[in-house]
Each structure stands twice: as structure tokens, then as C-alpha cells.
Design a protein around this ligand. Structure first.
Ligand code: GTP
Ligand code: MG
Ligand code: NA
Length: 451
């Protein structure tokens, strides 16, 4: 058994679905955390990762008596935003995972981003499990905390069961319209062809043991080859961000292989200063205390500190110098990604200045500004706090077009010096940590100017 455990890496599971379906809340329930209530506007705007050790999964699923069946060291779960602006982050998450959970609010059924997520998963041929979340909202639901779903369902009145069956039928039909056969997992006789559904509640935990067990069993059963541990480092940058006390850092997902403190990494050639992870069952994207490691084995979500990380690009691969040969390939891919971000910048040189906390959120914000109903040109971009030098750059725009002498600061701080200079020069700075509220502020300002 021990030998087997060393052979398999942890599967990576991505959580996807429409905004407010309960993705983060489901993870909060399993983690025993409260990430969701700390989110600006109660929406997820960054991609995150959490490691669930096998012991925890074993503990959470023991009522289902499946103890001996766990062969993977744990599970790495990637949370994604459901808000329509963040297609880039959904795509990034779905590109990394071995399996996904598609969360559907049982009261609402399929929505635009459920369907968008479905398309991303189909495109990459990724297996997924559907969570029919918020069962506790069925009128008259009797709470059975943490109970396996069949047991919880037996406790419900005929009325609740009828309402459940009605909602279930509607959702099965909606999936059929998308070309997909679905069935409750405990009734599914065609695993693989018919997609499994697990009713869940992120508030009282019914169905959570089933969801965890199904995830682990399904990956172990069907993906042994894909999950076989390899020494070749496979690593993707999730986010590039400034963390107080650490400077510019990158959040990465190590998909395979081992990395060490002191490793030389590329394509931005630098040396890993520190390898940090949050505690197990804690979210990487939430600032907290970090554990230091000398080396880390896949799969894991890691925060790396090093010099020169401001040049790293979210979504691109990271390689370890001296281990991987195809340096040129990786460099090329990195360049492509950089080009795609830079292509969002207006060629005319006229437009607002956008500053964001992470490259991922910057991409999302640029995408949002480009969309037809918003359509605002951008002349410059940056990551991290707004400094005096940014204000200086923007002030040039005031002479060309007054309204573009503006900095849209998304989820970043503005230094007091920058604020002072902006007031002096007449540069407008709008700050918000919710993407559409920031745009609304700017829109109101433009309307005012025009009047
Ligand atoms: P985004 O990340 O913004 O796309 O949303 P999300 O899918 O992560 O949903 P989130 O976890 O933010 O939950 C949205 C709202 O639904 C919150 O108010 C939650 O408390 C609530 N909620 C989530 N799951 C459940 C559930 O199972 N039952 C009930 N009653 N409420 C839930
Ligand atoms: Mg969320
Ligand atoms: Na939300």
C-alpha cells in the first residue's frame, strides 16, 4: 500500500459553475473556513487552491465505509470565479485539472456560466461530477448534518422528495439539451457515459461525503496513468501578486514532479528564495500564515518568492533550469501570453490606465473593458499598488483627453504620495475591489464630464 501511495500524485480538481452556485461555500464547508464571507461583493475574483490530505478525506467519508480504497496522497482543489467577466480564470482552472465539479444551484438549474463551464470541460475532454447544490433550500428540508445523501433523503417528507424529483427532472432535461446524459450517482448504471450528479448542501453538509468519495474513487479508477508520479516538473503560474512582507510573489500549481528551495527557474531566470504553502485545508489565495518547505512534491498549490517575479505571466508554464530541456518552447509560450495581454492595449496610445492586484484579475478587467457594452480603451497597465510614477505616466493623457487621465485601481492600494500627486496634477483615481463597481464609478464620472 505504501509503495502504491508513492506512485500516484494527488489529483487536481477544479470547481466551476455559474456565479453564486455555492462553489466557494462548498469548499468552506469541507475546510471548516469562511473564505466566502470575506470576499469583496461576495464574489470570487481570483483563482485559488486548497490541499486536502487523504486523512481528511478518509475522515469525511468514513460513514460511506469506503476507507481502504484511498490510494492518492490527497486532493488539490482549485476554486474559480463564476462571474461572467472571469472566463480567463475558468479556462485556466479547467486547463489544469484532472477532474472537475460542476456546481449547479438546484433551485436555479443551468445558467450561462454553467453552460460556458460545460463547454470548457467538453473541449478538453475533462471528466466531471455535477453537484446539485443548495438542497437545504427545498421547502421543508430536514437538516441531517454531514449525512451521506441517500441517508438524508430518506429523512425527508414526501413533499420534499417530490419537489426534489421535480427539480431533478428539470435539470436532467436542461443537461439533455446540452447533449449530456446525467443521473444521480447512486442510480447511475452507466458510469462514464452518463454523468454523475450528487445533491449537496454547503450549509449543512448533506452529500459532501458522497462528493468527496466519488471524486477520489473516480480519479483513482480511471486516471491511474495520468496520476502516476513523474519526476519531470510540470508547473503553471496561477497568479502574480504583491504580498506584504514578501514583495512580488507567484502562486503556482505544481502538477507533477518535485521543486526545491534554491532551484533555478525560468523563463524569467531566477532562483527560488522561498517555497511557501498555506496550511492543509486552507486557501492559497487568502493571506495567512505560510509553511516553509525545502522541497515540495506534486500536486500542490505553492507560493514562490524570488527576485524578478514581476515579469512572470499568469497562465504560463514554469520550468526548472537544468531539468527540463525545451527552454525555447516554454519561452515561446510565455511570449504568446504576454502578447495577448499587451494586445488589449489601445494602439492609439489614448485610454485609461489600469492597475490590478494580480495578472489574472488584470486580464479579466481588460476583457471586461473591451466588451461591447463597456468598450473603454486602455493605454497602460500595471500590477500592484499605485505609485507616483504611475500617476506621472497618466498625467500626460490629461492634455489629449481629460477623461483618460484616469487610473482604475482594481483591488490595489494607492500610496499617499501617489494620491497627493494625483490631486495636484488632476489625475483621477478610482478604487474598488469589485470589477463592475469600479466601472460604474468611472462611467458616472464620464457622464458628469459630458454634462
Ligand atoms: P462565485 O465564486 O462568485 O461565482 O460564487 P460561488 O459559486 O462561489 O458561490 P458562493 O460560495 O459565494 O455562495 C453564494 C451564496 O449562496 C452565498 O450567500 C452562500 O451562503 C449561498 N450558498 C452557497 N451554498 C449554499 C447551500 O448549499 N445552501 C444555501 N442555503 N445557501 C448556499
Ligand atoms: Mg466563489
Ligand atoms: Na459568490
Amino acid at each position: 500500500k505504501q509503495a502504491e501511495e508513492n506512485l500516484l500524485r494527488s489529483p487536481i480538481c477544479c470547481i466551476m459553475g455559474h456565479v453564486d452556485a455555492g462553489k466557494t461555500k462548498l469548499l468552506d464547508f469541507v475546510r471548516g473556513t469562511n473564505v466566502q464571507e470575506g470576499e469583496a461583493g461576495f464574489i470570487t475574483q481570483q483563482i485559488g487552491a486548497t490541499y486536502f490530505p487523504a486523512e481528511n478525506i478518509r475522515e469525511r467519508t468514513k460513514e460511506l465505509k469506503a476507507d481502504a480504497k484511498l490510494k492518492v496522497p490527497g486532493l488539490l482543489v482549485i476554486d474559480t470565479p463564476g462571474h461572467e467577466s472571469f472566463t480567463n480564470l475558468r479556462s485556466r482552472g479547467s486547463g489544469l485539472c484532472d477532474i472537475a465539479i460542476l456546481v449547479v444551484d438546484i433551485m436555479d438549474g443551468l445558467k450561462p456560466q454553467t453552460i460556458e463551464s460545460l463547454k470548457l470541460l467538453k473541449m478538453r475532454n475533462t471528466e466531471f461530477i455535477i453537484a446539485l447544490n443548495k438542497v437545504d433550500r427545498l421547502y421543508g428540508w430536514k437538516t441531517c448534518r454531514n449525512a451521506p445523501i441517500v441517508k438524508a433523503m430518506k429523512q425527508q417528507s414526501k413533499d420534499v422528495q417530490n419537489e426534489f424529483n421535480m427539480k431533478l427532472r428539470q435539470i436532467v432535461t436542461q443537461f439533455m439539451e446540452q447533449g449530456l446524459n446525467t443521473e444521480l450517482y447512486y442510480k447511475n448504471r452507466e458510469m462514464g457515459e452518463t454523468f454523475n450528479m450528487v445533491p449537496t448542501s454547503a450549509i449543512s453538509g448533506e452529500g459532501i461525503p458522497d462528493l468527496l468519495l466519488l471524486l477520489v474513487q473516480w480519479t483513482q479508477k480511471t486516471m491511474v496513468e495520468k496520476l502516476t508520479f513523474s519526476n519531470k516538473v510540470q508547473c503553471t503560474v496561477l497568479e502574480v501578486k504583491v504580498i506584504e512582507g514578501h514583495g512580488m510573489t507567484i502562486d503556482v500549481v505544481l502538477v507533477n514532479g518535485v521543486i526545491h528551495e534554491g532551484d533555478q527557474i525560468g523563463p524569467i531566470v531566477t532562483t527560488i528564495r522561498a517555497l511557501l504553502t498555506p496550511h492543509p485545508m486552507k486557501e492559497l489565495r487568502v493571506k495567512g500564515t505560510y509553511l516553509h518547505h525545502k522541497e515540495i512534491k506534486a500536486a500542490q498549490g505553492i507560493k514562490i518568492t524570488a527576485q524578478g517575479l514581476e515579469h512572470a505571466i499568469a497562465g504560463t508554464g514554469l520550468y526548472v533550469v537544468g531539468i527540463d530541456a525545451d527552454l525555447e518552447d516554454v519561452k515561446e509560450v510565455a511570449m504568446e501570453d504576454m502578447k495577448s495581454v499587451m494586445s488589449r492595449i489601445d494602439k492609439s496610445g489614448e485610454g485609461v490606465y489600469v492597475q490590478a492586484s494580480t495578472l489574472g484579475s488584470l486580464e479579466a478587467f481588460l476583457e471586461y473593458l473591451k466588451s461591447s457594452d463597456v468598450c473603454i480603451p486602455v493605454s497602460g497597465i500595471g500590477i500592484g499598488p499605485v505609485h507616483k510614477k504611475d500617476v506621472m505616466k497618466v498625467s500626460v493623457m490629461l492634455e489629449k483627453k481629460k477623461e483618460y487621465g484616469t487610473i482604475l485601481a482594481f483591488d490595489v492600494k494607492v500610496t499617499p504620495e501617489a494620491r497627493e500627486l494625483a490631486a495636484e496634477l488632476g489625475v483621477k483615481i478610482f478604487i474598488d475591489d469589485v470589477i463592475y463597481r469600479l466601472f460604474d464609478q468611472f462611467k458616472a464620472y464620464i457622464c458628469n464630464l459630458k454634462e
